[in-house]
Design a protein around this ligand. Structure first.
Ligand code: GLC
Length: 750
């Protein structure tokens, strides 16, 4: 992947000429990105004291005076062309705008939510999915995705756990690179691809108490060994942009943090692209009590290494000309930022052809191949958590099936949060997927069972149409619950779809509990009490408190928010057309009281009672990291290392045999874990350092092979205050999840 800053010689000359011709005001305009949204009538307060109707007018005035380098939140190609003409004509140098958007898991074709795609542990599927998202985005005139979200999340109370790849830096780094490749293609500027914008640098997922936006305090080992590796991987994969985070990191706001934005990102990692702030995060430097006023915020942000301000209105960067005049910001700093933004526009070909083909946009959005990619991604993301008695796969000839629960037939919830340009008519719910699969011969009865859980106050995201879940007119709680139980009683199988409504997770959607919201557990208990074999389908983005379900429900399949083709994929899994193969990208706690709980924890002085740390509850997870069942069984054996002793920078080949010991074909996900026994710093009890997806027929065995080279053993050490490779003895395990016990050791003191 080429460095995003490299541009051809004549390209550089063209940018030099533009820089020489631009005034300081015009340069400041290039570094300003405006939200442009025409909001539905709403009483929800905007984060900025700007009247919703006034905002578009303000932005158009800025465009007309050539003062906008970028716009976000426009997805209609005709509207993008209209606004682009305003920009090009309002700018004496004809420089067009970059259009950016939150294409997090699809634009029109909605993929499973990112945590679900991470649960596939299938890097090709993840890349393919984001390539579809990029193709649709570019087709409508969006040049830049504010994605992937690379925030490591180890506190499931934090709602944005849904947007990332979970708790582990190794999995997170591989998923990060796959997403960047998917969005950008082989080279930045590739047709039908967009600029990837990994976010939010850095540490956002460690918000205190899981409360979104709260401050973050992380040690250097935690930053270097856990929270930064996915960003390093994204930069190495050639990401063209990075977004700085909202919150304070160790007392310095990420958006005004020179250590983060310059020392780490540019000097250590060699990032050549441009950095954008999160929404209004430059002005928030004042709110944080860090900057004195908007002018000070603008100067400190750009001097820290920020290039572009994402502003809702009245940008702080309007103060940049005065900052340059006063010497608070050098013209060289300003020019360097503008150059990076112009290079991005040049790489995308916008300086020569800034408009989008509206007819082609409609054609691309209709491409059925995109639905198929979404369906496969949903199939491979689902995680089978329990299947007692082999209830799955169901017989498609089952005479009667009750499909119950508030999420079973909710198109809006099926596609999850962080979607805006969706087409609900194309969305297949679980109920629709089951009905389509079994046909008219099977009686399929549906009941919601319980009412929606409403939030006390509308979140910012509830302002966008269709985000607030509603009960149907005249919904009668008691009657509906009774109807659901009766339907279960009459059926041969009950499929209960429970979880969180999609507006209960994502940004500004942390929870203080992990319990199933509302009366869902009551519904589940009543259905199980009816005596009908029950399959629990989970629609979620965080681990939920399943202590009762894990004990009383025979089958539990986590389907997450499976996207546009969700119901079709779920039916494929329920009736055995495809085998479930997802694995958990996070540790699943029993209760919120255990949080945070990670598998890669340090070893205490009493490791033998790691599982009994609480007086009132086990301190083991309900399901371990990497866990996921199949509708067959696998055995691991013959773990071997090719050498038991190697030099400190040597490579060891680890092999093991995986056998499908069941009656059905299935997909195993053998995982390799490593532990360094001693050195200059305590190392986690084990860390994921390799995995593969392996399809095996019934009875088939295969050897898996992992190369454990020095890079997998390098870690950041407080003693050296740098990455180190140390002579030590290493434990290695290969198995089905983080509890793998097939072990070997090797020594690097050789
Ligand atoms: C939001 C999010 C960020 C998103 C941006 C634009 O507040 O923090 O992830 O890309 O604003 O919507």
């Amino acid at each position: 992947m080429t460095d995003p800053s490299t541009t051809t010689a004549d390209g550089a000359a063209r940018i030099d000429a533009l820089l020489a011709a631009m005034t300081v005001e015009q340069k400041a305009g290039q570094l300003t990105q405006y939200f442009y949204f025409v909001l539905p009538d709403t009483d929800a307060a905007l984060p900025d004291p700007t009247d919703a109707a006034e905002q578009p007018r303000q932005v158009e005035a800025a465009l007309a005076r050539g003062g906008a380098g970028s716009l976000l939140f426009v997805t209609d190609p005709a509207e993008i062309n209209r606004l682009q003409r305003l920009v090009v004509e309002g700018n004496p140098h004809g420089i067009p705008a970059l259009f950016g958007f939150d294409v997090i898991h699809g634009l029109r074709t909605i993929l499973p939510v990112p945590i679900a795609m991470a649960a596939s542990w299938d890097l090709e599927t993840i890349e393919r999915g984001q390539a579809v998202a990029a193709r649709e985005a570019r087709a409508v005139g969006i040049h830049w995705a504010f994605a992937p979200n690379l925030d490591i999340a180890r506190d499931p109370r934090w709602g944005r756990i849904i947007e990332g790849a979970g708790e582990d830096p190794f999995l997170g780094a591989l998923v990060a690179a796959a997403q960047v490749r998917g969005f950008q293609g082989d080279v930045l500027g590739a047709p039908e691809h967009v600029i990837a914008g990994p976010k939010h640098l850095a540490g956002y997922g460690a918000a205190l108490g899981g409360r979104d936006y709260d401050e973050v305090d992380l040690s250097e080992p935690q930053l270097w060994n856990v929270y930064l590796p996915p960003f390093a991987a994204a930069v190495a994969a050639g990401a063209g942009n990075v977004m700085s985070a909202y919150m304070g990191l160790n007392g310095v706001p990420a958006t005004g943090n020179p250590w983060l934005l310059t020392e780490v990102l540019r000097e250590r990692w060699g990032f050549g692209g441009f950095v954008v702030s999160d929404a209004n995060a430059v002005k928030s430097l004042v709110t944080h009590g860090f900057a004195e006023d908007a002018a000070d915020a603008a100067a400190r942000a750009i001097n820290a290494g920020l290039d572009m301000e994402m502003a809702i209105a009245e940008p702080a960067f309007d103060h940049l000309p005065e900052a340059v005049a006063s010497g608070a910001v050098s013209e060289a700093t300003l020019d360097a930022a503008v150059r990076r933004v112009l290079e991005a526009k040049q790489r995308l070909g916008l300086l020569d052809d800034p408009y989008v083909d509206e007819a082609r946009a409609r054609e691309v959005l209709r491409d059925p191949a995109h639905r198929e990619v979404a369906r496969v991604a949903a199939q491979r993301s689902a995680v089978l958590l329990k299947n007692e008695g082999g209830l799955l796969p169901l017989d498609p000839g089952t005479p009667s099936i009750a499909v119950l629960g508030p999420l079973a037939d909710s198109r809006r919830d099926t596609i999850g949060p962080w979607v805006f340009d969706f087409d609900l008519d194309e969305t297949v719910t679980v109920l629709e997927g089951i009905r389509n699969r079994v046909g008219d011969a099977v009686r399929v009865e549906h009941a919601r069972g319980i009412p929606v859980v409403q939030r006390e106050f509308p979140s910012l995201f509830d302002m966008f149409g269709g985000n607030r879940p509603e009960d149907p007119e005249g919904f009668d709680e008691q009657a509906e619950l009774a109807r659901a139980v009766e339907a279960a009683r009459r059926a041969d199988v009950a499929v209960v779809v429970l979880g969180e409504w999609q507006n209960m997770i994502g940004e500004n959607a942390s929870r203080s509990s992990l319990e199933l919201p509302g009366r869902q557990l009551e519904l589940l208990q009543a259905v199980v009490a009816a005596g009908t074999p029950t399959v629990l389908l989970l629609m979620n983005g965080r681990p939920l408190d399943l202590r009762w379900a894990a004990e009383h429900v025979p089958t539990i399949l986590d389907v997450w928010y499976p996207g546009t083709q969700g119901g079709t994929a779920v039916a494929d899994l329920l009736f055995g057309d495809v085998a479930p193969s997802g694995r958990l990208p996070f540790t699943w706690p029993r209760t919120v009281g255990q949080v945070p709980m990670v598998y890669a924890h340090a070893i205490s002085h009493e490791p033998q009672n790691q599982g009994r740390r609480y007086w009132d509850e086990a301190s083991t997870p309900l399901f371990p990291f990497g866990f996921g069942l199949a509708t067959t069984t696998f055995a691991y054996s013959d773990l071997a290392v090719d050498r038991v002793s190697v030099p400190v920078d040597g490579t060891v080949i680890v092999t093991a045999t995986v056998t499908n010991t069941g009656e059905r074909a299935g997909i195993a996900v053998p995982q390799l874990y490593l532990h360094q026994r001693f050195g200059s710093a305590i190392r986690p009890v084990r860390e994921l350092k390799g995995f593969q997806r392996l399809e095996l027929a019934a009875g088939e065995s295969a050897e898996v092979r992992f190369e454990v080279g020095p890079d997998l053993r390098r870690h950041w050490s407080t003693a050296a205050r740098d990455a180190v490779l140390e002579a030590s003895v290493f434990d290695v395990w290969v198995g089905a999840d983080a509890t793998a016990d097939l072990a070997a050791t090797f020594d690097t003191r050789g």
